[in-house]
Each structure stands twice: as structure tokens, then as C-alpha cells.
Design a protein around this ligand. Structure first.
Ligand code: ADP
Ligand code: MG
Length: 413
């Protein structure tokens, strides 16, 4: 059992690609930690550096209390499972599981032959060892529920069974840390959900540290004790799934985690006596009671001679499930008016794409679309006119330039 500590870890590939840029992270002992981010964000490179398969350009790696920068992969006490788990096609499942363990035994290339030349006492030791391997293989097979498959060959297995064998190969080695690189990507959607549950149960049974890489945010949210969101080689946020979902630290995280993605609505933040409000044309979202970064509010200035209140440009973030709509025939002022431009039936919900109709305002340059996630059986039609409401208690605010979140999490008391 061991945690993993990464200290200012970087990897520059030849050609100057900065794949991983100063990653500092502590994986707790027995934690299921998920690295999630878009393709090319440096997840695999980070994992391969932990495994010792990739050169470290700068920074430190420790597994448990031991610095491993100079320790070869086979001595790091880790096991890695890849997306393309290649099983040996000519070996039975049993052999596939036992192979890695037997390999460690062999001292030359003569296989079985040389053993008969050994003294009896060494032969006995080897037999004991073989028995121990058999026991570990059967134990791993039991954990994964593939005991009845041990005599089969990979071609006689389904995709899910093959993936279980690949997991088994890691389990028999009984490592301190498991490293997974998108192990479920090759499975179909239904099987992926099933294997996700099994992985979670497996983690509970094995009580061991897992670092798991995926580009799939649903997988990250469902599997991780904590998730680490990466982009362009850097860590964007680390936290429990619900923390990252509810309190994204910037616009990248807010847009990456959650489906459909969060809506971003440009407008301005205005300081009022009773608190701040967000405004777009004549639509207002009251933010009294929400905790906005004080330095942002303090730095607000009176923007023009006609305005009486300090304000600044801001981006409102709101998740589709926090957007509701009401059919409206008249153009009521003070509301956000929109036309339904798409209705997606998802079975358990309906997602409507709304084309905001405020082109008479200063934001006329590009059409704004807002997504709303609603009850499944709505009678909404394309072209319907609606007014849009947002749950002001659950909206986010972002800096239009840096993308940084301006909303603070209330301190629990
Ligand atoms: P992820 O796993 O998040 O998709 P990777 O760690 O594989 O990302 O890659 C991070 C970045 O490093 C990408 O821009 C990728 O193109 C680059 N990269 C990965 N491997 C190499 C390599 N062997 N040589 C040069 N660049 C690489
Ligand atoms: Mg990758």
C-alpha cells in the first residue's frame, strides 16, 4: 500500500512539446484518483512517468516514501493497464495471468529443460513457487469472476471478459499502485457502464491506490474519490467530483465537466446597494446572497457618464438543469426572450436549444444559444417563443479575459 507524490513534474518532448507542465499532486494511500482532460492534455505522459516508462524532464516522483526517479519500472511496485490490453493469443487465460509471474522466475532461455538439470532441492523450491503462482492466479480469477474461463483462449472471450483478464494480469502482481490508462475506451457503452461498477467494487475489495486516466468526464465523476482536471499539461482543479461540478475553478473546468455543457452568457456585473446583479440588455439576475470575490467587486468602476453604478464585463455560467423556460407570446421586458431552435429527446429528460432574441442590444455580434434540460414529456415545439429563467442560487461568474471563477464557495459552518 502506498500513495504517490508528484512534485513539479514536467516532460518536454523532443521538438519542444511541453506535454506536462509543473504537475504537483499527492495521491493518498488507497485513493481512487482520476486524471481527466481532453485528448493531448498530458494525462498519459503523467501516468507513464509514474510508471517509469517515460523520461522525466524535471521534478520528483515518490511512491510511498521512496523517491523513484531513478528506480527502473519493474522495481516500482506498480502495475499498469492500457487501453489496448494485448493478451497473448496463443496462451490460455491461465497462462496469460501467470506469464508475468513466471517470467520473473526464468534465468535463461531453456524453459523447462534446464530445470531437470537442477539439484532436487532447487527443483522442489521451484515447484513450491509454481504452486504459489497458481494460487495467486486463482485468487485473481475469483476476484474478477473469471475462474471458469481459465482454460479458454483470448479469441474465445467477449470484449468484457478480455478486459477482465487484462485487469487480472495487473492484480496477480499485487502491486502497491495500479495505473490505468483509459482501460474501458474500447468497450461498447453498455459494457463500459458495467465495467465501471466492477472497477469501483474491485477497488473496495483490493483496498489499493489507483491512478486512473480518462477523457470521459462521466467516468471521472462516477469513479473518482477525487478527480484532477487537466488541460494543456497543467492541473486546472483537484477535488471531489461534486466539488468540481458545483464549484469549478475556471471556465475550462466548468465547460468540460457536465453534459450538456454549462451555458456561458456574456453580459456585465453591476454593483448595487443590496448586492451585485448580472445584467444582459434588460435581463437581470440578482446575485444578492451569493459570495463574489471581494477584490472583483472592489475593482469595479463607473463605466460611462450615463451609468450611475460601478460595473464590469462578466460571463454568467449556468448549467442546463438550472435553466427553466416559460412559454410567452408577448415580449415582456426584464426577461430573457428566446425561440426554441432544437428539441432533443433523451428519454429521462429533454434538452431544448434556445436562440436568445436580444439582437437589439450591445451583444448583437454573435447569436447566443442557451440549453435547458427539462422534464422528459414537454410539449415544446420548434419556433415556440419562451422566456428564460435561471436559478440565481446556482449560477457562476467568470472573468471574460482569464476565465477564472469569481464565485466563492460559502464556508460551511
Ligand atoms: P493525453 O493522454 O492527455 O491525451 P498525452 O500525454 O498523450 O495526452 O500527450 C500530451 C502532449 O504530448 C500532446 O500534445 C502529444 O501530442 C504530445 N506527445 C505525446 N507523446 C509524444 C512523443 N512521444 N513525442 C512528442 N510529443 C508527444
Ligand atoms: Mg492518453
Amino acid at each position: 500500500m502506498a500513495g504517490v507524490v508528484l512534485e513539479n513534474l514536467s516532460r518536454v518532448y523532443s521538438g519542444g512539446v511541453l506535454a506536462v507542465n509543473g504537475v504537483t499532486l499527492t495521491v493518498q494511500d488507497r485513493e481512487f484518483l482520476v486524471l481527466v482532460g481532453p485528448s493531448g492534455s498530458g494525462k498519459t505522459t503523467t501516468l507513464r512517468m509514474i510508471a517509469g516508462l517515460e523520461e522525466v524532464s524535471s521534478g520528483k516522483i515518490a511512491i510511498g516514501t521512496r523517491a523513484v526517479n531513478d528506480v527502473p519500472p519493474k522495481d516500482r511496485d506498480i502495475a499498469m493497464v492500457f487501453q489496448n490490453y494485448a493478451l497473448y493469443p496463443h496462451m490460455s487465460v491461465y497462462k496469460n495471468l501467470a506469464f508475468g509471474l513466471e517470467l520473473r522466475e526464468k534465468t535463461n532461455g531453456f524453459g523447462w529443460l534446464w530445470r531437470w538439470a537442477l539439484p532436487t532441492e532447487r527443483r522442489a523450491r521451484l515447484a513450491t513457487r509454481r504452486f504459489a503462482i497458481a494460487e495467486r492466479v486463482h485468487q485473481a480469477a475469483r476476484v474478477l469472476g473469471i475462474e471458469e474461463l481459465l482454460e479458454r483462449y483470448p479469441r474465445q472471450l467477449s470484449g468484457g471478459e478480455r478486459q477482465r483478464v487484462a485487469l487480472g494480469r495487473a492484480i496477480v502482481r499485487n502491486p502497491a499502485v495500479f495505473l490505468f490508462d483509459e482501460p474501458l475506451s474500447n468497450l461498447d457503452a453498455k459494457l463500459r457502464v458495467e465495467m465501471r461498477r466492477e472497477l469501483k467494487q474491485l477497488h473496495q475489495r483490493l483496498q489499493t491506490t489507483i491512478v486512473y486516466v480518462t477523457h470521459d468526464q462521466v467516468e471521472a465523476l462516477t469513479l473518482g474519490d477525487r478527480i484532477v482536471v487537466m488541460n494543456e499539461g497543467t492541473i486546472q482543479q483537484v477535488g471531489r467530483p461534486i466539488e468540481v461540478y458545483d464549484w469549478p475553478s475556471n471556465r475550462f473546468v466548468a465547460g468540460f465537466i457536465g453534459t450538456p455543457a454549462m451555458n456561458f452568457i456574456p453580459g456585465e456585473l453591476i454593483s448595487q446597494r443590496a448586492g451585485c446583479e448580472f445584467r444582459r440588455a434588460d435581463w437581470l439576475v440578482p446575485l444578492a446572497g451569493r459570495q463574489i470575490e471581494p477584490r472583483v467587486v472592489q475593482a469595479m468602476t463607473v463605466q460611462s457618464t450615463t451609468a450611475s453604478r460601478p460595473s464590469r464585463a462578466a460571463v454568467l455560467g449556468v448549467r442546463p438543469e438550472d435553466v427553466s423556460i416559460e412559454k410567452s407570446s408577448d415580449n415582456r421586458s426584464g426577461t430573457l426572450q428566446a425561440v426554441v431552435s432544437l428539441v432533443d429527446m433523451l428519454g429521462d429528460s429533454t434538452v431544448a436549444t434556445l436562440e436568445v432574441d436580444d439582437r437589439s442590444t450591445q451583444h448583437q455580434s454573435e447569436t447566443l444559444y442557451v440549453l435547458s434540460k427539462m422534464e422528459p414529456r414537454s410539449d415544446l415545439r420548434l419556433g415556440d417563443r419562451v422566456s428564460v429563467q435561471v436559478n440565481a442560487q446556482r449560477v457562476h461568474l467568470f472573468d471574460p479575459e482569464t476565465g477564472e471563477s469569481w464565485m466563492r464557495k460559502p464556508v460551511a459552518n
